[in-house]
Design a protein around this ligand. Structure first.
Ligand code: NAD
Length: 354
């Protein structure tokens, strides 16, 4: 298991250090894990003048999986767009051709009160959002700011999805649904957008190969509403890049804290990029208070999807649950009566539970 470790910026270094402890514990149990570090984001800019340095690109291409912390920081906000930390994220996803972004939104029984929704609405919630990650309006050309003939300036972007892009992500969605409750809801805006009409047509066609999966379609505005009205109606949600960006953040809040949410971004061969859903949290960086569980749970996803080791994935997830059952909490998921601990202590507790 050759893993590129990319801590990035802000709390990235602190939380990745805890996930690495978990990997090292697994290695001392006999797993053949090879870790190699590289810079990304602001750290890449500081080290090599580039948010995705050539050395990092070379390493991730030679690795089976990459574990990323987070990127971004106030000090980089004034850089030109090409040099901003977030550009490093877009480039690594594109380089890895990581088109399938899996974001589970799960509510742990111990954290049910951390959600902003009523406990009965979210208790037992377990949704998988599959967001297409390398196409759509975020990458479409042409884009820019132009001056029209009448002299007025105009901003513009281009939304498009090719058939192959839709097919491959739909297959991933149906395959995930087959391993879960065999229900998939494809989210689009087919009442307004031609791209979405085409998306719906292709997803419906791919569905013929998965007769056991119950496919439904929903407009994105309704999906945004249903996610906070009755989120447990969903099993797998399949959607495009921009809708998925927004809906997965919305779904993350159902679970209480963004500090609990892992993600995986996979290519066609299950090679992947694993990272927590949150950012670099510069407001709490360096204080030993960030929650490392999203990053540790991302390692569990890595074991499940890239290395096909469901047993180890479950072992890591069980260790996280045990720590929560013990009443240990970082500040973001703390409630009275629990024991508040820091980032490092949380990492140690998971390793002990493992
Ligand atoms: P953020 O996710 O970094 O933080 C949002 C809020 O959640 C903050 O109050 C933060 O303290 C808290 N938070 C986040 N992760 C936490 C954790 N593990 N434990 C406890 N609390 C946590 O989002 P933001 O503040 O909008 O952005 C900060 C920087 O991160 C920006 O530069 C942004 O561009 C970048 N960013 C990076 C990624 C990424 O690397 N994937 C994603 C989103 C934002």
């Amino acid at each position: 298991m050759k893993i590129a470790v990319l801590p990035g910026d802000g709390i990235g270094t602190e939380i990745v250090a805890q996930a690495v402890k978990v990997l090292e514990a697994l290695r001392s149990d006999g797993l053949k894990i090879e870790l190699e570090y590289a810079h990304i984001g602001g750290a890449g800019y500081d080290a090599a003048g580039d948010p995705f340095p050539a050395a990092t690109e070379k390493l991730v291409l030679a690795s089976d999986a990459a574990l990323l912390g987070a990127v971004g920081g106030y000090q980089y906000d004034t850089l030109p767009r090409e040099l901003r930390p977030e550009k490093g994220l877009l480039r690594i996803r594109k380089t890895l051709n990581a088109f399938a972004n899996l974001r589970p939104a799960m509510v742990y029984p111990e954290l049910v009160n951390a959600s902003s929704l009523k406990p009965e609405l979210v208790s037992g919630l377990d949704i998988m959002i599959l967001r297409e990650l390398t196409g759509d309006i975020y990458f479409g050309q042409p884009r820019g700011i132009r001056t029209l003939e009448n002299g007025e300036r105009q901003g513009f972007d281009t939304m498009h999805y090719s058939e192959s892009e839709i097919r491959r992500v739909a297959h991933v969605g149906f395959q995930i649904a087959m391993k879960r409750n065999k229900k998939m809801c494809s989210v689009d805006k087919a009442n307004v957008l031609d791209t979405s009409m085409f998306w719906r047509e292709i997803v419906t066609d791919v569905a013929k190969e998965y007769p056991l999966v119950e496919l439904s379609h929903m407009y994105v505005d309704n999906a945004a509403m249903q996610l906070v009205r009755a989120p447990k109606q969903f099993d797998v949600i399949l959607t495009g890049n921009i809708f998925g960006d927004i809906l997965s953040d919305e779904a993350s809040m159902l679970t209480g804290s963004i500090g609990m949410l892992p993600s995986a971004s996979l290519d066609a061969n299950n090679k992947g990029l694993y990272e927590p859903c949150h950012g670099s949290a510069p407001d709490i960086a360096g204080k030993d208070i960030a929650n490392p569980l999203a990053t540790i749970l991302s390692v569990a996803m890595m074991m499940r999807y890239t290395f096909a080791r469901e047993d180890i994935a479950q072992r890591i997830e069980a260790a996280v649950r045990k720590v929560l059952q013990q009443g240990l909490r970082t500040g973001d998921i703390y409630e009275p009566g629990m024991q508040k601990i820091g980032t490092i202590a949380m990492g140690d507790a998971v390793v002990a539970a493992l």
